[in-house]
Design a protein around this ligand. Sequence first.
Ligand SMILES: Cc1cc2nc3c(=O)[nH]c(=O)nc-3n(C[C@H](O)[C@H](O)[C@H](O)COP(=O)(O)OP(=O)(O)OC[C@H]3O[C@@H](n4cnc5c(N)ncnc54)[C@H](O)[C@@H]3O)c2cc1C
Length: 454
Amino acid sequence: MNLARRSTETRTGHALVLGAGISGLCAARALSEVFDRVTLVERDTLAGDGAVRRGVPQGAHVHSLTVRGANVLEEFFPGFVGELAADGATLATALSEVEIVFFGSLLRKVPLGTVLQTSRPFLEDRLRAKVCAAPNVTLLDGREATAPLTTSDRTRVTGVRTARPGAPGSTEDIDADLVVDAMGRAGRGATWLATLGYEKPAEQRLRVDVAYASRRYRLPPGAMGPDKALLVGATPARPRGLVLTSQENGIWVLSLYGFGRAHHPPTAPDQFLLFAQELASADAREALRRAEPVTDVASFAHPHAVRRHFHRLRRLPDGLISIGDAICSLNPIYGAGMTVAALEAAALRECLLADGTRNLPRRFYRSAAKALHLSWLFSTLADKSMPQVPGTRPALSALLAQSFRATMRAAATDPKVAAAVWNAVSLTGSPAELARPHIITAMLRNWPREPAES
Ligand SMILES: Cc1cc2nc3c(=O)[nH]c(=O)nc-3n(C[C@H](O)[C@H](O)[C@H](O)COP(=O)(O)OP(=O)(O)OC[C@H]3O[C@@H](n4cnc5c(N)ncnc54)[C@H](O)[C@@H]3O)c2cc1C
């Protein structure tokens, strides 16, 4: 991907991006190359102080950025990862400094690449500063988008009505040549299509009933030995997971999750720690015993993964696209949402550079569907290995679980299998790598004799 900026003379028009989360920021970066002016409209008032904000409550929970996601941000802003590290973010060498336990097996700790670890607010604040440093990007925060503006025949969206939150009388209409809905998983863009007389995109939903609880800590120096992150994934018999990662400036986040109500993590501090102790390694248990909490326990429910099939719609108005969680909101335990958002923004840029805004919604949705497809497939397959996820045939669940379990057993000893698993998780390789003959042979050699459980 060549992300050199366009010269200012060739840019025209005004693009409006609704929502300044990760997908809105990445989209604004892509649009700033092609449009004369880009305006970001964000409902929250943005303090940029590293705090979790109302519009992104998930920011209290672990937000791992995959290697692929970091690469896209680095292509948008060369030197970005190094700047974040200089500003206090953690860089970890996977897998030697990242302990991953999947389906009960500890992946072999071979060095495979560098991972950027920060909290979501830290990453977002710095990304926003970069995006808004462009002279043609303006941020209007403390303003919410309330309705689309259109031509009288409704074939083109021409802007958006905005208001200050809680002050419906404070409306202001903003005209634009392109409106980008980056307002998150609630799906306002899809609803707007319906209000304009278009079909709503078909929604694919997978009920996962996952809930998170998280708390940030200061850990005694060296408490985790060489490890900068510990990930313990859920298994069918114990559908609970734990992530403990070093973020910025000596702060760690402990996120716990579970599939199904009986396994949702508690928020009472003592119970929260007990839940963690059942999953954590001996080092992590000891580290947590000595850790100093710096926040309360925050919780978040994620009832289902959603994918909206905009690319299948036969009629679309010009001048409106949705991006990021507004198209696809994955089960967060796979840590791919921000990467998918960045990949979609890169796809938007490619579409604009290839053929401007001509037939843009259709061309963009096709590219976005390709950008997100493997992440959707991989994460929903992994979800379906959990018997707690309703709607999957038990035989399929069991087969998926056994094959993941066998692959992870192989990855515990075989560096090539560990690398293939890591490439799939970090989105640097295709999950299809896991179907290579060497990996299949290793998986079959490790096929569990006992029935699926751990
Ligand atoms: C518990 C949890 C943990 C997660 N962990 C990870 C992880 O480890 N790694 C990862 O990559 N992803 C993770 N994700 C997913 C990730 O948060 C999203 O995929 C990612 O933030 C992309 O979202 P977005 O920018 O499309 O939407 P959001 O981040 O939801 O941003 C939407 C923005 O739109 C604004 N907005 C909403 N309505 C309006 C309006 N009417 N007008 C103006 N502005 C509006 C909001 O204030 C917000 O700023 C996690 C999600 C959850 C729930």
